[in-house]
Design a protein around this ligand. Structure first.
Ligand code: CA
Length: 362
């Protein structure tokens, strides 16, 4: 029943928007109906990067549609709890949501492949797989039973390993480590002897400062500085093996999607793609600026994870993913496609991006 609630939000304002020229130059269906949608998110309201991406999406859609598609954005917890975006859009309580597909772990395990897998695809490779390598078709098939249409909509680029108040010099240092790290990365840490903890963004700083946790990953310099994490921990480890280029999703209830005329559907597709490009640029720029600030701070020590630690985490990741694929046919199908693509891109990345960056930076 609730699936139909959104229809109340469809405002038929015939004649107010659209064709300014003589009749017949544009289709009445496409130009005279306007839509007012609600979009729920997992982010703190207007949070730099993550939260602003969806504000930008709403702003661009309204401007580019001449006001025919208006989206009201709600921060996590304002309309529905931060981790209930998927359910709210699926049942039609709202038309749209913006979050990360790996939050649906436990409900739709296979969805994790579309955000990030530890030691998986980076931003460029994920974008390539989704838009040209068959990934998006698999994603839409996975979400169809939930009455949802997913759109890639944002990517933070490679993250950081996180903030630590304990040094990580060997595999043994992972034992007993209490770390805020969600998803598959958390499961990998657990098997390495650590204690993964899931905390919403707003609780991370205090938990780290009071010693309730020894370490946390969040995003990267740009977002981590805005949370003040450098004031609560000394060691800043890289690279972000757990999230090599996580992509965000815009999800739309399929009934709401079908109610849009073709031109607004096209506009949604194009605008979501524009947000992915834009957000990657915003993070690349913001990370470089914030990293300068962190490197100038005498209380912060930038550190690389030892290679033996990364290799250990990588081998555990292979076990964790293999188990997920073995127990879930959808994860198996998507995982096989994902890793076939990853292997192909490794051959390509070795002689292109990696070779170039090794040459330029060393
Ligand atoms: Ca993260």
């Amino acid at each position: 029943m609730k699936r139909r609630e959104f229809v109340g939000g469809l405002a038929a304002t015939a004649g107010l928007a659209g064709c300014a020229k003589s009749e017949g130059e544009c289709s009445p269906d496409a130009s005279t109906t306007s839509f007012e949608w609600s979009c729920v998110t997992s982010w703190p309201p207007k949070f730099p990067g993550l939260g602003m991406a969806v504000e930008n999406l709403a702003d661009r859609l309204e401007r580019a549609s001449g006001g025919r598609l208006k989206i009201k954005v709600y921060g996590g917890g304002e309309l529905v709890p931060a981790f209930e975006v998927f359910d709210a859009v699926s049942r039609g309580a709202v038309e749209m949501g913006h979050d990360a597909s790996y939050y649906h772990k436990g409900k739709v395990d296979a969805a994790q492949f579309f955000t990030a897998i530890p030691f998986g695809l980076n931003y460029m490779e994920l974008n390539a797989w989704l838009h040209y390598g068959g990934g998006l078709e698999l994603w839409r098939e996975l979400y169809e039973p939930f009455n949802l249409m997913p759109f890639p909509c944002g990517n933070t680029g490679v993250q950081m390993g996180g903030w630590f108040n304990k040094e990580i010099n060997s595999i043994d240092d992972l034992k007993g480590l209490k770390m805020r790290i969600p998803g598959l990365g958390g499961e990998v840490l657990r098997r390495a002897g650590g204690t993964p903890i899931t905390l919403p963004g707003a609780e991370i700083f205090t938990s780290l400062q009071t010693g309730a946790i020894d370490a946390t990953e969040w995003v990267g310099p740009y977002n981590d500085v805005s949370f003040g994490l450098h004031k609560a921990a000394r060691y800043y480890y890289y690279p972000g093996w757990q999230e090599p280029g996580p992509g965000l999703e815009c999800i739309i209830n399929r009934d709401a999607w079908k109610s849009l005329p073709a031109d607004l559907q096209a506009l949604v597709e194009i605008t979501c793609q524009s947000i992915s490009v834009d957000m990657a640029a915003e993070y690349t720029n913001g990370n470089a600026n914030s990293l300068q600030q962190l490197m100038a701070d005498p209380k912060v020590e930038l550190r690389a994870f030892p290679d033996e630690v990364l290799q250990h985490l990588k081998s555990i990741t292979a076990e964790v993913v293999a188990e997920m694929m073995a127990r879930d046919p959808a994860a198996n199908k998507i995982g096989e496609a994902f890793y076939e693509y990853l292997e192909k891109q490794e051959v390509n990345s070795r002689i292109s991006e990696k070779a170039y960056l090794d040459t330029r930076i060393g």
